[in-house]
Design a protein around this ligand. Structure first.
Ligand code: ADE
Length: 225
């Protein structure tokens, strides 16, 4: 799977993709992540990519030409399944969306800044608008990194234990059961006896029950869905 991320702050995206699972996925050749500097596609000497909003108002608006030049360059090289714009007014990211996107081949992600991007970019090029939650961040880079992380860990072969992604919270519509590791007792706080019992059937039943209980307590909305 290939991601092309278009941003004015490429260095902001160096670290998130250079560690752990995302790094391993790239080393294994399962995921390719390319970050493009939008300013490289600006035609003016100053390499500016924004301008004042028509109709007045505060803040700058990112212009269509540099985005169009970068997107069209990429599209001339290969076909893309989705062009995603990260924006707080998009659909809120959830596990279903991540699952669906993990089946795609090539994805472009646009990161906005300032007041946002010219509406015509959204109308003409963008196929999906995704928010990572009801709060406003300074730009789309961190949201883009989150979307890529949520997708890449689902691609078969990325996680060593493939059942691990399937047992994530949300994959079965429920939150995860509590987990423990050694020591079995710390300052009088004990790991539940059942987990030390070695009885797999009983442990699975306990985990199912805990998942349901946690979801009921913390996210009853998931049960209504
Ligand atoms: N850009 C700024 N805030 C955002 C958010 N909450 N989700 C996605 N992109 C954003």
């Amino acid at each position: 799977m290939r991601f092309d991320i278009i941003t004015v702050l490429p260095s902001l995206l160096e670290s998130p993709f250079a560690h752990s699972i995302l790094q391993r996925a790239q080393k294994k050749g399962i995921a390719e992540i390319h970050v493009h500097n939008l300013r490289d596609y600006a035609k003016n000497k100053q390499k500016s990519v924004d301008d004042y909003p028509y109709g007045g108002g505060s803040g700058m608006v990112m212009q269509i030409e540099p985005f169009a030049a970068c997107i069209e360059q990429l599209q001339s090289e290969r076909a893309y399944d989705e062009i995603i714009y990260m924006t707080p007014d998009g659909v809120t990211l959830n596990q279903d969306i991540a699952n669906e996107l993990s089946t795609k081949g090539n994805i472009i992600i646009l990161c906005g800044h300032y007041k946002g991007i010219d509406q015509r970019i959204r109308d003409i090029f963008v196929t999906k608008e995704i928010s990572i939650g009801d709060y406003v961040l300074s730009g789309g880079e961190l949201p883009a990194a989150i979307v890529v992380d949520a997708i890449v860990r689902l691609i078969p072969g990325v996680l060593n234990d493939e059942t691990s992604a399937l047992s994530d919270s949300f994959q079965d519509g429920l939150l995860d059961a509590p987990i423990y590791t050694r020591p079995a007792e710390w300052r009088g706080h004990k790991v539940p006896d059942i987990l030390l019992s070695g009885n797999e059937a009983k442990i699975n039943a306990w985990r199912d029950e805990q998942q349901l209980q946690r979801t009921q307590e913390r996210r009853p909305d998931l049960l209504n869905d």
